[in-house]
Design a protein around this ligand. Structure first.
Ligand code: MG
Ligand code: ZN
Length: 383
């Protein structure tokens, strides 16, 4: 890379970061392209639509950050016409506008999905008066349910943070990490090790987690071995890498967390995030975006496997907002090729899809506000 190219790249990334007001993993310009040329498709199983319960005891909320309907169809095309989301029969749309903006960010979007309250852009688990509001995860914990968070970003990044932390600003990563210690969350797996260990207040939160009975692990293979107890999986210094470079395995992390949480007889609530769908979309990188969508879909496959076998588990898959104004200008399900085009480097105001599977799924049909989603989950779990 010569100096001119480097400066151009730095400028582009800088402008994007400024515009999006968030930090994310970028990939090198050389890899960047708008055409995904297809890969080896994975097998998609068909799961039962019969469930033993009428109401769920367990809820898996899965958030594809930045995922709009085109992202879903792009992934479908890329995998030969079929993905795990095809198993979902109850489908709706959610409006994503935040309290102070027609176009939301992931903090306000996450807070709407975690608390049922509209928040201002940038706010984490607080209302428009910057007062903390209880999240569905905290309510589940209060009722004795097991709780979990899994994310391909830092676990302190806006989406997972919205479920466990209460901060006026999404950038307060060290304060967000400290908020994890105020809860009794059972399992969390994601990046963000530095915010637990290299802190201005000199606290070492991994030591404090160990004192609270958590197994603190950084290696994915070791994390996947855990069958029981409290687990803090910090798989990256900051964000996990781009798929397939990252060592963190989203489907495996999802499966591991579900098996641990499933031991609680009262049930559980977990949020699983495919974080980097958003980042590929910001960068107009169709390869990055599709790879992340397919990885997220394989995690959905693990959730379906668990839910179909369990019969008391509801899965809700949605998004905090659409990113990129992503559309498809060409594609071929036979080869898996998809060619993307983009309307913006930022988020858009479009409605996002809502997919539900399992007992209670029928409540997620039709057009709703993003804030309705946690309200429905709270009601179904009796929180
Ligand atoms: Mg996110
Ligand atoms: Zn974004």
């Amino acid at each position: 890379m010569n100096l001119k190219t480097l400066l151009f790249f730095v400028l582009i990334v800088g402008v994007q970061q400024l515009y999006a007001q968030e930090n994310y993993k970028t990939i090198s310009e050389a890899d960047s392209t708008k055409i995904y040329r297809g890969g080896e498709p994975y097998e998609v199983k068909t799961f039962t639509q019969k469930f033993k319960a009428k109401k769920p005891k367990k809820v898996i909320l899965m958030i594809g950050d930045g995922m709009g309907t085109t992202h879903v169809f792009g992934a479908m095309t890329a995998n030969g016409g079929r993905i795990f989301l095809d198993n979902f029969r109850q489908i709706g749309f959610a409006k994503t506008q935040s309290a102070n903006s027609y176009v939301t960010d992931s903090a306000a979007g996450g807070t709407a999905l975690s608390t049922g309250h509209k928040a201002n852009n940038g706010a984490i688990g607080v209302n428009t008066d910057t007062v903390a509001v209880k999240t569905v995860l905290e309510m589940a914990e209060d009722k004795g349910l097991a709780t979990g968070l899994v994310s391909t970003s830092a676990i302190t990044h806006a989406t997972p943070a919205s479920f466990i932390a209460h901060q006026g600003s999404r950038g307060s990563y060290e304060d967000i990490a400290a908020d994890f210690l105020k809860t009794d969350i059972d399992v969390f797996i994601g990046g963000g090790y530095r915010f637990f260990t290299e802190r201005k207040d000199k606290r070492n939160l991994t030591s404090e987690l160990k004192q609270k009975g958590y197994l603190v692990l950084r290696d994915m293979d070791e994390i996947a071995q855990v069958k029981t107890g409290k687990l803090a999986g910090l798989t990256a210094y900051e964000h996990n890498d781009v798929y397939p470079k990252r060592t963190m395995d989203l489907p495996l992390a999802t499966q591991t967390a579900l098996n641990i949480l499933g031991q609680n007889k009262k049930g559980f609530f977990i949020m699983v995030e495919g974080s980097e769908i958003d980042w590929g979309s910001h960068q107009h990188n169709t390869i990055y975006l599709i790879n992340e969508m397919l990885d997220f879909d394989r995690a959905i496959g693990k959730a379906l496997e668990f839910a179909a076998n369990d019969g008391e588990t509801l899965i809700v898959v949605t998004s905090d907002h659409e990113t990129g104004g992503f559309t498809l200008v060409d594609g071929n399900p036979k080869t898996g090729m998809v060619k993307g085009a983009y309307a913006t480097g930022s988020h858009t105001a479009s409605m996002v899809p809502v997919f539900a599977y399992g007992p209670g799924a029928e409540h997620f049909n039709g057009i709703m506000d993003n804030t309705d989603i946690p309200k429905k989950i709270m009601k179904l779990l009796g929180l």
